[in-house]
Each structure stands twice: as structure tokens, then as C-alpha cells.
Design a protein around this ligand. Structure first.
Ligand SMILES: Cc1cc2nc3c(=O)[nH]c(=O)nc-3n(C[C@H](O)[C@H](O)[C@H](O)COP(=O)(O)OP(=O)(O)OC[C@H]3O[C@@H](n4cnc5c(N)ncnc54)[C@H](O)[C@@H]3O)c2cc1C
Length: 285
């Protein structure tokens, strides 16, 4: 049974790009940067995967026309453009998207999915990076034991990284499970990325990590525009605006589309307050 979109409205800006654009404009008017994400994952059908690559190109063009003074920025999942079908096919689809991003001076973030796709995503990034160094970057997840080595590799490449905790359920053999350990690793990786990598994205709603980042850049005398904070649409909007008022760059990840189920479930799993919010919305309808 498909749940009504009204339930997801807090986290998902619309079911179509047209429906999501007013939210984007509103964020922009408040000084926030935006990355748009067309929801979906794990596409098994070639025609559908090609269609998503074409759709990403359309989104880049529309965002470029909306934000004439800012480079268009989108976040994509490789599993939507063929990563689970065939590597060469996925690469060809990705190159089509990146050609357009390069043409428009835009940026495409390769979101990170479950750990079965980590090596493949990093390998694909490494392969395309030399041709599109200003137009592509990926995401590293601080809960993974391997993240330290991956951060070192991305610093070597000088690639743009978004650092997050990680949103998938991973086993203890490969991932820290306890929040204090994840936070400790996050802080170490954040410091390395801010000092050694190009313009990292510090993606978190966690005050402890936001404060650690602010303290680190202040102590090290690092300019506030050497990195950006990132948060998800609908989460902590007042904190998003407060960080902008303090002089930091803040990018909001704005998801839209009809395939919002898995994204919505990950948000509910993360915080019980999110479940209460949704329950309240539901009973007030
Ligand atoms: C821009 C962005 C992009 C992301 N991309 C990816 C990706 O590609 N791959 C991936 O695996 N994951 C991604 N994530 C998700 C990420 O991995 C985490 O699952 C998610 O951000 C939750 O972790 P957190 O650090 O934000 O805070 P949490 O661990 O959820 O919360 C920690 C603490 O932060 C505070 N807090 C959190 N939320 C709120 C709130 N709404 N209101 C008040 N206080 C709050 C509370 O004190 C809470 O105890 C992304 C996250 C962001 C922000």
C-alpha cells in the first residue's frame, strides 16, 4: 500500500520538480544553498536507468536557469543510473550527466548508499574525476571503519567530499555502532577534510559535531567559506538559518519525487521525534 504523500511532506519538497521549486526559491531567498535530489534507488531496468540520467540532465538545466548566479548542484544515486546493472553502462550514463554539469559549470554529488556499493561508488568517482575535477564529488560515511582510508584517498585526489555519519544499517565488522565512536571518527575526518581536501561538506544536524567544526576552524584560523555545512530539507530550519547568519555557507539537501518511501523510512529510523511529528501530522489531517 502506498502511503499518502502528506505524511512525507515535512522531509520531501514535492512529488515533482515543479512542486519542489517553490521550496528551493524560499531557501535561496533566505541565503541558503541548495542541492536537489530526485528520489529513487536500486533501478534494475536499463531503459529506466537511462531515463533517470536524462532526467538529471533536465534538472541541471532547470536549476541553472533558476539560479543564474549560482552553479547548479544536484545529488544523485548511482544505483538509479545502472550501478547494479553494469559498470560500463552506469559510467556512460554518469558521463552524460557530468558533460552537462561541466557545460553549465555545475556540480554533481554522488550520494553514498549501502556498504555493498561503497567500493564501486569510490571506484567510479576515481575513474571520472580526472575529466570533471570541478564537477563531481562523493560522500563518505563516518560510521564505516574504512572511511579514514577513503578520506585520505580523496584528500590525495583533492576531490570534494560530503562527510556524514551514514544512514544504512551496517554490521559491526565494518561499521562503528555506538554514537560516541561514530562522533569521534566524524570529528577526526572533519578536521582532515577541512585542512587537506577541497571545500568539504560537513553534513549533520548534530550540535556536538557542528560545535566541534566551528571550534576547529576558529582555533586553526580557517576561513568560514573554506567548507560548507549541509542539512536535510525540513530538519532544523532555524539552525540552518542561524548558521547562515553567523557567516557560514549552508547547503540544504532538497529531495523530491514519488519514490520517497525508503528516504522517508531512513529519516524516521534516525529520530523518534520525527515519528512523533509524522504521527501528529497524520492525526491532524
Ligand atoms: C545533507 C545531507 C546529506 C546526506 N547524504 C547521505 C548519504 O549520501 N549517504 C548516507 O548514508 N547518509 C547521508 N546522510 C544522512 C546521514 O548519514 C545521517 O544518517 C543523518 O544526517 C543523521 O545524522 P546526524 O548527524 O544529522 O544526527 P543524528 O545522529 O540523527 O542526531 C544526533 C543529535 O543531533 C541532534 N539533532 C538531530 N536532528 C535533530 C533535529 N531535527 N532537531 C533537533 N536536534 C536534532 C540531536 O541532539 C541528536 O541527538 C546525509 C545527511 C545530510 C544532512
Amino acid at each position: 500500500m502506498k502511503l499518502p504523500y502528506a505524511l512525507a511532506r515535512r522531509f520531501v519538497a514535492g512529488e515533482t520538480l515543479d512542486a519542489a521549486l517553490p521550496a528551493v526559491r524560499d531557501l535561496r531567498a533566505n541565503g541558503l544553498l541548495v542541492t536537489l535530489d530526485l528520489l529513487g534507488e536500486d533501478v534494475a531496468d536499463r531503459a529506466k536507468a537511462e531515463g533517470y540520467a536524462t532526467e538529471y540532465i533536465r534538472i541541471l538545466r532547470i536549476v541553472a536557469s533558476e539560479e543564474s548566479e549560482l552553479p547548479p548542484n544536484i545529488s544523485i544515486k548511482l544505483s538509479m543510473i545502472g550501478q547494479r546493472i553494469d559498470r560500463a553502462f552506469c559510467l556512460a550514463n554518469l558521463r552524460r550527466v557530468l558533460d552537462e554539469a561541466k557545460h553549465l559549470g555545475g556540480f554533481v554529488r554522488l550520494d553514498m548508499e549501502g556498504s555493498d556499493l561503497t567500493s564501486s561508488t569510490i571506484g567510479i568517482l576515481e575513474e571520472v574525476y580526472p575529466d570533471y575535477p570541478d564537477n563531481v564529488g562523493t560522500v563518505l560515511q563516518a560510521y564505516l571503519h574504512r572511511a579514514e582510508a577513503d578520506v585520505a584517498r580523496m584528500c590525495e585526489l583533492n576531490a570534494r567530499v560530503r562527510l556524514c555519519k551514514g544512514a544504512y544499517k551496517e554490521p559491526p565488522e565494518i561499521a562503528y555502532q555506538a554514537m560516541p565512536e561514530i562522533r569521534t571518527n566524524y570529528k577526526q575526518l572533519m578536521q582532515k577534510l577541512i585542512t587537506e581536501a577541497r571545500y568539504p561538506g560537513i553534513a549533520t544536524h548534530d550540535d556536538e559535531l557542528i560545535e566541534a567544526t566551528k571550534t576547529f576552524v576558529r582555533t586553526e584560523g580557517i576561513a568560514s567559506d573554506a567548507f560548507e555545512f549541509q542539512m536535510l530539507y525540513g530538519l532544523r530550519p532555524e539552525t540552518q538559518r542561524a548558521l547562515v547568519a553567523e557567516g557560514f555557507n549552508m547547503r540544504v539537501y532538497v529531495p523530491y519525487g514519488t519514490e520517497w518511501g525508503p528516504y522517508f523510512t531512513r529519516r524516521l529510523r534516525e529520530r523518534k521525534e520525527n515519528v512523533w511529528f509524522i504521527a501528529k501530522t497524520f492525526f491532524q489531517r
